[in-house]
Design a protein around this ligand. Structure first.
Ligand code: PAF
Length: 281
């Protein structure tokens, strides 16, 4: 597997493939890759002739008090994992390649409505950073398809919306969330957890399962949401939200609505913020 840092080298490799009529699948990441990321590579591998991954810890999607500085950077390890999973090319740009005028002066993409709730409400500006960097990466790689994990459910919705609204010629492929045996969704941030908090963390998934069960039994949405948040708070979580929303637009469902729903939770254990979700189909 080849690694390239600059846009010209990236484009030269991809042009060569295009000239041979090959399709390109893309997996954007922030590195510190684990089995969840490798499953995205596998999906891209199955659907395209060539697979490109990117590793870039994107400064514009972190808030001022978030973990940008301490976000784990493990490029050499990431290269080994990507090569093992048959990735063809790693794009690992530096910040000036993606933000030639500086991150603070960049053109920015804002996806309205969808980004004002849930993660967007708790992490102001986060999705502008995500949409902007993904759009830049799409323009550089020009893939036929790109794979995004359902673990970041709202991110997936934001990207789908951006792609449709800006008529970007990329097919977005969602990939199912990978979990540890005890149900905890795989995430680069899990490694921040103390042993004690790691033992508590799977309660997020069990709570999501309970939310699904209670809605199926006909309980009112707001009651289910409040019960979930209280249960997690009692266990020691600091809960940002425990919400049931429509899959389609993340709007609040009407009372009694049961089809096309997803439960989403964001909660902090110590200094580690965890998110997870469960579509009800
Ligand atoms: O999901 C992530 O790792 C990031 O948000 C992404 C999509 C690579 C953009 O920086």
């Amino acid at each position: 597997m080849q690694t390239v840092q600059d846009a010209a080298a990236l484009r030269a490799v991809i042009r060569g493939w295009r000239n041979q009529g090959q399709t390109v699948g893309f997996v954007p990441t922030m590195g510190n890759l684990h089995a969840g990321h490798h499953s995205l590579i596998k999906l891209a591998r199955a659907r395209a002739d060539r697979v490109v991954a990117s590793v870039f810890v994107n400064p514009t999607q972190f808030g001022p008090n978030e973990d940008f500085e301490r976000y784990p950077r493990t490029l050499v390890q990431d290269q080994v994992g990507l090569a093992e999973h048959d990735c063809d090319l790693l794009f690992a740009p530096d910040v000036t390649t993606l933000y030639p005028f500086g991150a603070a002066s960049s053109v920015s993409i804002h996806v309205p409505l969808l980004t004002e709730t849930l993660e967007g409400a708790h992490r102001p500006g986060h999705f502008d950073g995500v949409a902007t960097v993904v759009c830049k990466l799409f323009n550089l790689v020009q893939p036929d398809l790109a794979v995004f994990g359902q673990k970041d459910f709202q991110q997936l919705k934001v990207i789908e919306r951006m792609v449709r609204d800006l008529s970007l010629p990329v097919k977005i492929m969602p990939a199912p969330t990978l979990r540890a045996e005890d149900g905890l969704a795989l995430s680069s941030r899990n490694q921040y957890l103390s042993a004690e908090n790691r033992a508590l963390a799977p309660q997020i998934h069990t709570t999501l399962l309970q939310m699904r069960e209670l809605i199926a039994k006909g309980h009112a949405r707001t009651v289910v949401e409040q019960a979930a948040a209280s249960k997690l708070a009692r266990a020691g979580f600091e809960v940002d939200y425990a919400a049931i929303r429509r899959v389609e637009d993340l709007a609040e469902p009407a009372d009694g609505e049961q089809e096309g729903l997803v439960a989403l939770i964001a909660a902090r254990l110590g200094t580690t913020r965890l998110i997870d979700n469960l579509p009800f189909d």
